[in-house]
Design a protein around this ligand. Structure first.
Ligand code: PMP
Length: 472
């Protein structure tokens, strides 16, 4: 167990001052997002903390991007990785399978109660999304009576599905798409999010709002020609772009009904919300729907290895098996033995340590504390989440919900301020406002094994950061 190098303060614990300022960091030859200044250099990690080269110990309140769900130093995962390395580090999946990939796939299939029957294992979320889109197209081509006209995808505004061209096309992160609009797929169409804070009308019931969204999807099918739609793609909980928005009760069910009516597939992207983050292994379990295709990534390997997967429903697998008998897509690092061994161990630890109840309990506590600390803040418009996945959305004006202008970069300013030695906390910023619709937000996604004390520390530090940036 790790005790950070800290001195006491009224708040509980504060990290000691970093010895080095960012200005004294040397230039980097790594091409990061920011070209002009390299980010902090992390040289160590223990428990929920990341340690920089200057000795600053940063409480990672977001597991990176909702990734490191077991914290940074689980020796059981280290050992599993070493064991696999000693056996064999790599084999090419076009010629061979390997025991780690076999075991992981079985764990994943079993976790769905057998509703999904195969796992396609890759290295990142965006690859899993790409695979899901290609598989959906192939599915219709290989049906007993092929439906080659199904070339349209319907996805949602303000969604994020990754940064490669296919996933960027189904996603709708305005900022990330901007430069590439002209080369993005033209056969993707976007409908509204389920985003009650901004889109539910005054006096509208949940049922009426959900019915309105289902009607919008139905209208989109009709506009495109119902038999030209291949799939509807949605994040089960909207992560990156809006910030931790859970679906309203009945929403995904209503959307799936529309898909079924027209014979289209439902693809749920659980890259961020899956593998326990929402309180259940799969976020869809809480919605009474089963997707046809499902992606997952971050909580799968908990950051110990780059790994993601596409889970495929039995009826899709059967169609492809009876068709050409091959998925027309493959990648060099598919089913990578070391990554699979890491993920197997991570998934067993989530079960052995009984972490899902902790996600629910600590998530509830996090939600309560966020409401207590930020509920009355004049610039906090909304507080929302589920499991250990929460966000607060900032507004200039609480009554009108007017977002801050993108030029103010509120969320990123909060993120940068939080990294100052006196706060030493990593918060995930979302630069909403960029499309002029939603506000800036920050996300909280602590490890599944976090304690009450850590949750308190996270909320206390975050509230002091917000006070410095936006007042109180
Ligand atoms: N889908 C969703 C829902 C995501 O949140 C993300 C990453 N934030 C991706 C896809 C892309 O994953 P990756 O960055 O691993 O490519």
């Amino acid at each position: 167990d790790y005790t950070p190098d800290v001195h006491s303060s009224q708040e509980g614990v504060l990290p000691k001052q970093s010895k080095q300022t960012s200005d004294s960091r040397s230039q980097s030859s790594v091409l990061y997002h920011q070209l002009r200044q390299p980010p902090l250099n992390i040289v160590g990690g223990r428990g929920s903390y990341l340690i920089t080269d200057s000795g600053q110990e940063i409480l990672d309140a977001t597991c990176g991007a909702a990734v490191s769900c077991l914290g940074n130093s689980d020796k059981r995962v280290h050992e599993a990785i070493m064991e696999q390395l000693r056996k064999v580090p790599y084999c090419y999946s076009l010629y061979f399978t390997n025991s780690a990939a076999e075991e992981l796939s079985q764990i994943l299939v079993d976790s769905t109660g057998g509703k999904m029957s195969r796992a396609f294992i890759v290295s990142s979320g965006t690859e899993a999304v790409e695979a899901s889109l290609k598989m959906a197209v192939q599915y219709y081509m290989e049906m007993p009576v092929p439906q080659p006209q199904r070339v349209n995808f319907i996805a949602r505004k303000q969604s994020y599905h990754g940064n490669t061209l296919g996933s960027l096309s189904v996603g709708h992160h305005v900022g990330r798409r901007a430069l590439y609009e002209k080369i993005l797929a033209k056969n993707v169409h976007h409908v509204s999010q389920c985003y009650p804070y901004r889109d539910m009308q005054d006096g509208e019931t949940v049922e009426a709002y959900v019915a309105r969204l289902a009607q919008e999807l139905e209208d989109k099918f009709q506009e495109l020609g119902p038999d030209t739609v291949c799939a509807f793609v949605a994040e089960t909980m909207t992560g990156t772009t809006l910030g931790c928005v859970p679906p309203l009760p009945g929403y995904l069910k209503a959307m799936k009904e529309v898909c079924e009516r027209h014979g289209a597939l439902l693809i749920l992207d659980e890259v961020m919300s899956g593998m326990g983050r929402s309180g259940t292994l799969h976020a869809w379990e809480q919605e009474g729907v089963v997707p046809d295709l499902q992606t997952m990534a971050k909580g799968l390997g908990a950051g110990y290895a780059p790994i993601a997967a596409l889970l495929v429903n039995r009826h899709v697998v059967d169609t492809l098996t009876q068709g050409t008998g091959a998925f027309s897509h493959s990648q060099t690092y598919q089913g990578h033995p070391v990554a699979c061994a890491a993920a197997c161990r991570v998934q067993k630890i989530i079960q052995e340590d009984n972490l899902l109840p902790n996600v629910c309990e600590m998530g509830k506590y996090l939600g309560q504390l966020l409401h207590q600390k930020f509920g009355d803040h004049p610039h906090v418009g909304d507080i929302r989440g589920r499991g250990l996945f929460w966000a607060i959305e900032f507004v200039q004006d609480k009554k009108t919900k007017e977002p801050y202008p993108p030029s103010k970069s509120v969320a990123w300013t909060i993120h940068k301020t939080a990294l100052k030695p006196e706060y030493s906390i990593s918060l995930m910023p979302g630069n909403g406002g960029i499309d002029g619709i939603n506000g800036d937000h920050i996300c909280f996604a602590p490890p599944y094994n976090c304690t009450k004390e850590e949750i308190e520390m996270i909320v206390n530090r975050a509230s002091r950061v917000v006070e410095e940036v936006l007042g109180n």
